[in-house]
Design a binder for this molecule. Structure first.
Ligand SMILES: [Zn+2]
Length: 320
């Protein structure tokens, strides 16, 4: 077969003179959307974007130590890429978003909205937004030009975070470095004010969804438990910011922790329990889609990502 003829049949374009085979290969990724089981819900993970964090973001971590931890995790030394995930849970009655990414608040973030559209979810379809806490990478996607992006959703957040971030007094007394964080939290509060439903104690928000207060990173930092049985999942919010640093060394706290001592204590108490219960977990800053389990590893922990599945119906697994 002549080359031209072969190319015509296969539809592969002949390479232009001077261009390499590599240029014709894919350079962009398929959409950062992954569905998973969390009965009675269908869960979906979205990658809103990535941030780069290094030793400078952590207390008690030298650059040398950070580089060693990076290399041990097969990452490049220097700043480490960490994901910003958001999760969606759909049932017959509800479309629940857990955190909303950081669109408009942090430069490289903001994929959530176009990815939701790609997944067939319109902003007005979202019935509830559950917030792990009020930091920009979790709430930035909720407003555009000061207006609410999700017109029908009620917003569920711990009272302690509303008190710490959204009052006029909190904004006025914010440390200079964090002023923009507080201002954004206040803007989100004002855009959703009439539909914010705070919680104070751990409670069942709706059938199959429970709150779990995990304080320290912020006063109201909260995890959410979805579903029951072996598919049950704890979304742990910001218990870990950089896997490669804080799983081998869970005592490390990040500069964004409002109460570093409490954040460390919460993490040190939670991680062994998750190993013991073999609890399925998801995290906003675990590598996308960030769903898996923890196992002990030396004096620390290791994250074992869950396998990708063809179908959410276990009987159909293997079907394309
Ligand atoms: Zn975060």
């Amino acid at each position: 077969m002549k080359r031209r003829h072969f190319l015509k049949i296969t539809g592969i374009a002949p390479l232009a003179a001077g261009s390499s085979r590599l240029d014709a290969l894919p350079q962009t990724q398929v959409s950062a959307i992954q569905h998973f089981r969390a009965a009675p819900f269908v869960g979906t993970a979205f990658l809103d974007g990535v941030l780069n964090l290094g030793a400078e973001a952590f207390a008690d971590l030298t650059e040398e130590e950070a580089d060693e931890l990076a290399v041990a995790a097969f990452r490049q030394p220097g700043k480490i890429r960490t994901g910003v995930n958001a999760y969606l849970f759909q049932s017959d009655a509800e479309t629940i978003l857990v955190d909303a990414g950081g669109a408009g608040a942090m430069e490289p973030l903001g994929n959530l909205l176009p990815l939701l559209a790609e997944a067939g979810v319109k902003p007005e379809d979202v019935t509830k937004i559950l917030l792990t806490h009020l930091h920009p990478d979790h709430i930035g996607g909720m407003i555009q030009n000061g207006e609410a992006v999700f017109p029908s959703a009620s917003v569920h957040v711990h009272q302690a975070d509303l008190d710490a971030w959204t009052t006029e007094q909190a904004v006025a007394s914010a440390p200079a470095d964090f002023h923009a964080f507080f201002q954004l939290a206040r803007s989100v509060y004002l855009a959703y004010e009439d539909r914010i439903i705070p919680f104070t104690y751990d409670e069942e928000l709706l059938p199959g969804v429970r709150t779990r207060h995990l304080p320290g990173h912020t006063p109201g930092h909260t995890g959410f438990e979805f579903g029951s049985g072996k598919d049950a999942l704890l979304i742990w919010g910001d218990i870990v910011h950089v896997e490669a640093y804080q799983l081998p060394r869970p005592e490390l706290t990040i500069g964004f922790d409002m109460d570093p001592k409490q954040a460390r204590a919460t993490r040190m108490q939670l991680l062994p329990k998750l190993v013991e219960s073999q609890r399925r977990i998801a995290g906003m800053h675990l590598s996308f889609p960030g769903i898996g389990r923890l196992m002990p590893d030396g004096s620390g922990f290791r994250f074992l990502a869950e396998d990708w599945t063809f179908s959410l119906d276990p009987k159909k697994e293997g079907a394309a």
